[in-house]
Design a protein around this ligand. Structure first.
Ligand code: GLN
Length: 489
């Protein structure tokens, strides 16, 4: 069996397995051989489940043979970010605190994937508790960018994006609180969708900042993303923020014309600090789409977006300080062996040793921002800015259909380059966090390569217009034709 099945899209793969042309077991074995060959270089995974995946593949092959109905993700190997709960594999959140934690239930998105016959390959590396933009803040060590292994893959879902670029999985799930799907998608040259807040159930996702985060797909192309989205989107009574009656058959949005589309170019996303190579690549892509379709683009302003980064970090850290209070070594998490301490010292020691430096920094800053006397000055002010940002976007979408921006202001940086300077790391998120504050859908697609590294283009649409996002992104993809795979030996 040729190893070129690794190159197939999820769409192609599931069709071949469904028709019996390809055995799921053969494909999954090829996938694990490949993982074993390159994983020591890339380090996409924290845990892998070869036995479970092969057993599932065998059962699926039997179903196909018997002519039983099989699901939309039939036989596709899927990588899951390690903050999404799975019954049979540990869920570590990239932290020593949860190094051996195994959830007693599957997250809703996992149930849905299994129901559609997707095969879970393993759990991917991430910044600890999803706090970071490089995957360097993982207790399990850094993931490497498949385009240049001396560079970061982006974060926090760096393992998921790297696994797609390195063909260690065909589909992946990530989570996006402030860019964690789009940032690594951009840095690894793959496609990822951050969905509208409420579209995908968060039940079984370990929370970092619940008012901002969503689970979403990472894949080789727009079509595969839309397939995965179709499976995971939809109301779930176990998530109180889940929204009813807003899903669509996203794969139907693919193709078709985009004539008369109005594109907005918000100038605040092309501001100081952007690498000119990134800006050129994104604007070149816009002019190519204008050449290929009858679309128009206009510069516009989203004034309050300039304040998005500080507002985001105050809100995210505040929510994190409250969410992470449960990890005390008693209810959950790492516990020191020494029994001679009194209980409050034990709590303190468990947290001191179980959490990494960046997580502790955020818990301390978040607790400070919420404390009496500072609440109005920081948290409340940040929430007011959040409302103004929502209004900015609402106004913009009265004039244009979608917005186009760079996903990241810079190209993937070297491992170790920013880790000791948190502000430099936070600044990387300047173009992604406004979208989470406003709860909007957005997608990152590859739009070109500069200095041998991928550049990501971000499309933003009004709430619950994932259909529009997919349609426009697929038009860009067809026009630009830049999707490719790195060579890995
Ligand atoms: N880099 C951002 C942060 O550290 C976003 C992380 C995320 O989306 N989970 O908060």
């Amino acid at each position: 069996m040729a190893s070129d099945t690794l190159e197939l899209s999820a769409w192609e793969l599931s069709a071949k397995i469904r028709s019996g042309e390809l055995q799921a077991e053969d494909h999954i074995c090829i996938l694990f051989d490949h993982i074993k060959k390159i994983e020591s270089k890339i380090k996409s995974y924290i845990s892998i489940d070869e036995e479970g995946a092969i057993n599932q593949a065998k059962a699926l092959d039997k179903k196909v043979k018997a002519g039983d109905k099989v699901g939309k993700l039939c036989g596709v190997g899927i990588a899951i970010k390690d903050n999404i709960c799975t019954l049979n594999l540990r869920t570590t959140c990239g932290s020593r605190m949860l190094e051996n934690y195994v959830s007693p239930f599957d997250a809703t998105v996992i149930e849905r994937i299994k129901h559609e016959d997707g095969i879970i390959v393993g759990k991917t590396n991430m910044d600890e508790f999803a706090m970071g933009s490089s995957t360097e803040h993982s207790y399990f060590g850094s993931t490497h960018n498949p385009w240049d292994i001396s560079r970061v893959p982006g974060g926090s879902s760096g393992g998921s994006a790297a696994s797609i670029a390195a063909q260690e999985a065909t589909l992946a799930l990530g989570g996006d609180t402030g860019g964690s799907i789009r940032c690594p998608s951009s840095f690894c040259g793959v496609t990822g969708i951050k969905t509208t807040y409420g579209l995908v159930s968060r039940y079984g996702m370990v929370s970092y900042a619940n008012s901002l985060e969503q689970i979403g797909p990472i894949a080789k192309n727009v079509r595969d993303c839309s397939l995965m989205l179709e499976v995971i989107a939809g109301y779930d009574r176990r998530d109180s923020t889940s929204v009813k009656d807003k899903t669509e058959e996203y794969t139907k949005a693919l193709g078709g014309g985009i004539d008369n589309l109005k594109i907005g170019i918000p100038k605040e996303f092309y501001a100081e600090g952007i690498d000119p190579a990134v800006e050129d690549s994104v604007l070149e892509a816009v002019s190519k789409i204008e050449g290929a379709y009858k679309v128009s683009s206009n510069e516009l302003s989203l004034e309050r977006v300039a304040d998005a980064l500080p507002a985001y970090y105050i809100i995210a850290m505040s929510e994190a300080s409250s969410n992470l209070a449960r990890y005390d070594g008693v209810r959950y998490g790492f516990r020191i062996e020494d029994k001679t301490y009194d209980w409050s010292t034990v709590f303190g020691k468990d947290r001191e040793m179980g959490f990494g430096q960046e997580v502790k920094r955020r818990i301390i800053l978040g607790t400070f921002a919420l404390s009496a006397g500072y609440y109005d000055q920081f948290y409340l002010k940040a929430q007011k800015i959040r409302t103004l940002i929502v209004e900015d976007f609402t106004r913009a979408f009265k004039k244009v259909d979608v917005l186009v921006t760079p996903t990241m202001p810079i190209l993937p940086f070297k491992i170790g380059e920013k880790i000791s300077d948190p502000i430099q790391m936070y600044l990387c998120d300047v173009d992604t966090v406004p979208i989470n504050l406003a709860g909007l859908p957005s997608i990152s697609i590859p739009c070109g390569f500069k200095r041998g590294l991928p550049v990501g283009l971000q499309l933003i649409a009004p709430p619950f217009r994932e259909d529009l996002l997919i349609k426009v992104a697929s038009a860009f993809e067809q026009t630009l034709k830049v999707n490719k795979t790195p060579k890995l030996e």
